[in-house]
Design a protein around this ligand. Structure first.
Ligand code: ACO
Length: 322
């Protein structure tokens, strides 16, 4: 049996910081409102394209794994904010790195993008199609943000992270996963203006008009992530108290608290960095995982549960053994 070991990890956060107080200079909002409703204090804003942020994260992941670009068989890029409609962003990461042996693909599932990409890479390694992969979760939301809309402008940030996966004989990496989508409710979270539909309708094209029903998304996020976690625990026959660390999607601290209560998990086992970065969509969980590792919160053999939720409305959970 072949497994996919996670042997490298890296992140790239743009240096420019946008604080809650900065937002309050041009929006009718306040640090008090944003902090108490979301847990966010600041977020990062990128001045480069998402594939450029991702390439730096990949270089760091390869360095951590002790690998070179020639070792990479596959690049899977999860995002919502790809540089172009065509060609894909993974091919630009390949070009920047010089990883000429790698197959390249993009995965578009909004905030679950990094995690769906992990599933693609894990499955391709375990089935023998490739022996190694770079998994990317990266996002530059700021260029498509409606900076006049306080409902959404305070919630998001830019960032990137990458994992390096390689085939292994010992049981490690992804042990179980569950993926799904509430397609019937997809319209409660959409960025109107980008895509052929808007070009054809000649409506909103080139604008950023966010449809965002916060409270409905909140409820779906809790139920989607809870059912994904239940399925993963059932599949892996692991109980909630055997989980060493939960690294959830960081869209709202209240969503995380509600989820953890619902799953009857220990709050102290949850990794949270939402105060520093806000919701980085597809980058969120991978950045959080990388930071947890860097901060020494993960040791070999740890069981890590990673629930995610995003536009689509896609949901997922992954159980990994570090
Ligand atoms: N600053 C100040 N006031 C605000 C702001 C703001 N930024 N935004 C909204 N308000 C106001 C509203 O207008 C409303 O005022 P009113 O009572 O006078 O009508 C009041 O604050 C309360 O608004 P609610 O929408 O009820 O606030 P809520 O407590 O639900 O919090 C939030 C809103 C933070 C968006 C929450 O609903 C949430 O986190 N939803 C889920 C988001 C999510 O899950 N995202 C993940 C998916 S995103 C992705 O995948 C791309």
């Amino acid at each position: 049996m072949t497994y996919a070991n996670i042997s490298g990890w890296g992140k790239c956060l743009p240096p420019a910081v946008l604080t809650n107080d900065d937002l309050a200079t041009f929006l009718d909002t306040s640090d008090e409102w944003i902090t108490s409703r979301t847990g966010m204090k600041e977020r990062r804003i990128s001045h480069v394209n998402v594939s450029e942020l991702a390439a730096v994260a990949c270089q760091r992941a390869l360095a951590a794994a002790g690998k070179t670009v020639a070792d990479v068989d596959l690049i899977v890029f999860g995002s919502t904010t790809f540089d172009e409609i065509c060609p894909n962003a993974a091919s630009n990461v390949q070009r920047i790195l010089g990883a000429n042996n790698a197959a390249c693909m993009d995965v578009s599932t909004a905030c679950t993008g990094g995690m769906y990409s992990l599933t693609v890479a894990n499955s391709m390694i375990r089935s023998g199609v490739v022996s190694s992969a770079l998994v990317i979760g990266a996002e530059c939301i700021s260029p498509i943000m409606d900076w006049t809309n306080r409902d959404v402008a305070v919630l998001f940030g830019d960032g990137a992270a990458a994992l390096y996966l390689e085939s292994a004989d010992e049981q490690t990496g992804v042990l179980a996963e569950s993926l799904g989508c509430y397609g019937e409710a997809r319209d409660i979270l959409s960025v109107q203006g980008w895509g052929m539909k808007y070009a054809n309708q000649q409506k909103y094209f080139g604008e950023s008009n966010w449809a965002f029903l916060g409270q409905e998304i909140f409820k779906k996020a809790v139920s989607g992530m809870a059912q994904a976690c239940d399925k993963v625990l059932e599949k892996s026959e692991i109980s909630a108290d055997e989980i060493d660390l939960v690294v959830p999607h960081q869209a709202n601290l209240r969503i995380i608290d509600t989820l953890v209560k619902k799953l009857k998990m220990d709050k102290d086992s949850v990794f949270v960095n939402i105060e520093k970065y806000g919701n980085m969509s597809a980058a969120t969980i991978l950045v959080a995982l990388v930071e947890a590792v860097e901060e020494g919160k993960v040791k070999s053999g740890d069981m890590i549960l990673m629930p995610a939720f995003g536009g689509g409305l896609t949901w997922s959970a992954h159980l990994i053994k570090w």
